[in-house]
Design a protein around this ligand. Structure first.
Ligand code: ACO
Length: 347
């Protein structure tokens, strides 16, 4: 088993970010493997031209600056619908019934209800009675969820764990703000994990910074607040997030390779968070690796926060692109500011 390690983020974007670093260092006695994946995507595909119909933007700007051509947006579907579809596919591929699941972890910025948790709304549809809870690590949610699942498996507290990443970004952003709404899409992806040896390395971090990327909550109709805050939307300083992303992913790759003794050439795929094609290209160029090792789905789906990475993984599996013994480096970053990376040697 290769060692696991935490991150040292103090030199990353240190001018912009308070150096409040949460560091995790864990060594697993039992790791995990993914035994089934699935996805749930809304029906409505929205093109850049659709957006240009009501925003001051155009296809050329969006494609050049982000790599996004289309995204999928909920119209009649609930996030629970998408999540249940993804979960059922993952269970089918794992040859398991919902009753075989001993824990449900859902990574989301928010489900159809603030409470119950999204994990519980999905559990209701699946008919499970196992523990179910949400985590919010923004776009890094999938890596955080894998890490939590691994700890449960190591402790012997679960046998088969269902991880669901689900985001309805369309309800979180201001459709009048061309700086943000062009970037995101909706969707869900799920996987079933069980004890195994695929997960070789995990690194999670969180730098406390609420200024460059946040989504405030409203104040409701509390009569004791003079200045009420109405419906608020995702706020982002795009260039600051861009700089953070390039810095942290570069540093996470370096740390992972140094810790595990792997070279970039020994990684079959770098599966990176799909926030901007230019961020992915920048990492690829630094590592001097071929484009085919950096799969993308941002062109089709936009940024679906925690869903982007597991959706990409799920589709690569469906397309037969991932084979046993393939070494995958996974890395994500998002609001928090959170970041996480892991190495999986596929089983
Ligand atoms: N269409 C046309 N013009 C636009 C648009 C648009 N959709 N959006 C912005 N512009 C304009 C701006 O107004 C600006 O015009 P000006 O020069 O007249 O002021 C110009 O284009 C350049 O704007 P920039 O913000 O400098 O554009 P930039 O090249 O930085 O690209 C972008 C913006 C795409 C947001 C980029 O900064 C980015 O991808 N940042 C990272 C975002 C990210 O990673 N988010 C992930 C986290 S999300 C999460 O965790 C939930």
């Amino acid at each position: 088993m290769l060692p696991t390690a935490g991150n040292e983020l103090s030199s990353v974007n240190s001018k912009e970010c308070k150096e409040n670093i949460i560091k995790f260092e864990m060594e697993y006695n039992v790791s995990l493997k993914i035994i089934g994946m699935g996805k749930g995507i809304p029906e409505r595909c929205v093109t850049n031209d659709d957006l240009a119909g009501f925003l001051d933007t155009d296809d050329e700007w969006i494609v050049t600056r982000t790599g996004i051509k289309t995204r999928y947006v909920c119209t009649y579907e609930t996030l629970t619908d998408l999540s249940v579809t993804a979960a059922k596919q993952a269970l089918d591929k794992a040859n398991l019934a919902a009753s075989d699941i001993s824990l449900i972890i859902c990574a989301t910025l928010g489900g159809d209800y603030r409470t119950p948790s999204h994990a519980c709304t999905v559990a209701e549809q699946l008919g499970t009675t196992c523990p179910a809870f949400d985590i919010n690590a923004a776009c890094t949610g999938f890596v955080y969820a894998l890490d939590i699942a691994s700890a449960y498996l190591e402790a012997g507290k679960a046998k088969n764990i269902l991880i669901i990443c689900a985001e309805m970004m369309s309800s979180q952003m201001d459709w009048n703000d061309r700086n943000t709404c062009i970037l995101f899409g909706d969707g869900a992806a799920a996987c079933v994990v069980t004890a195994g040896n695929a997960l070789k390395y995990t690194s999670l971090s969180a730098i406390a910074d609420t200024t460059i990327l946040n989504l405030p909550v409203d104040t409701g109709n509390n009569p004791f607040i003079a200045e009420k805050r109405g419906k608020a939307y995702l706020q982002m300083q795009g260039q600051e997030v861009f700089k953070f992303a390039v810095g942290i992913v570069g540093k996470d790759v370096k740390h992972a390779l140094e810790t595990t003794g792997l070279s970039p050439e020994q990684i079959d795929y770098f599966i990176l968070h799909q926030a901007n094609k230019r961020i992915i290209d920048s990492i690829r160029v630094k590592l001097k690796q071929p484009e085919e090792k950096f799969p993308v789905n941002i062109d089709k789906y936009g940024n679906i926060s925690s869903v982007s990475v597991p959706l990409l993984l799920s589709e690569m599996l469906d397309e037969g692109k991932i084979n046993p013994s393939d070494t995958l480096f996974i890395s994500a970053f998002g609001a928090g500011l959170t970041a996480g990376s892991c190495i999986l040697v596929w089983e």
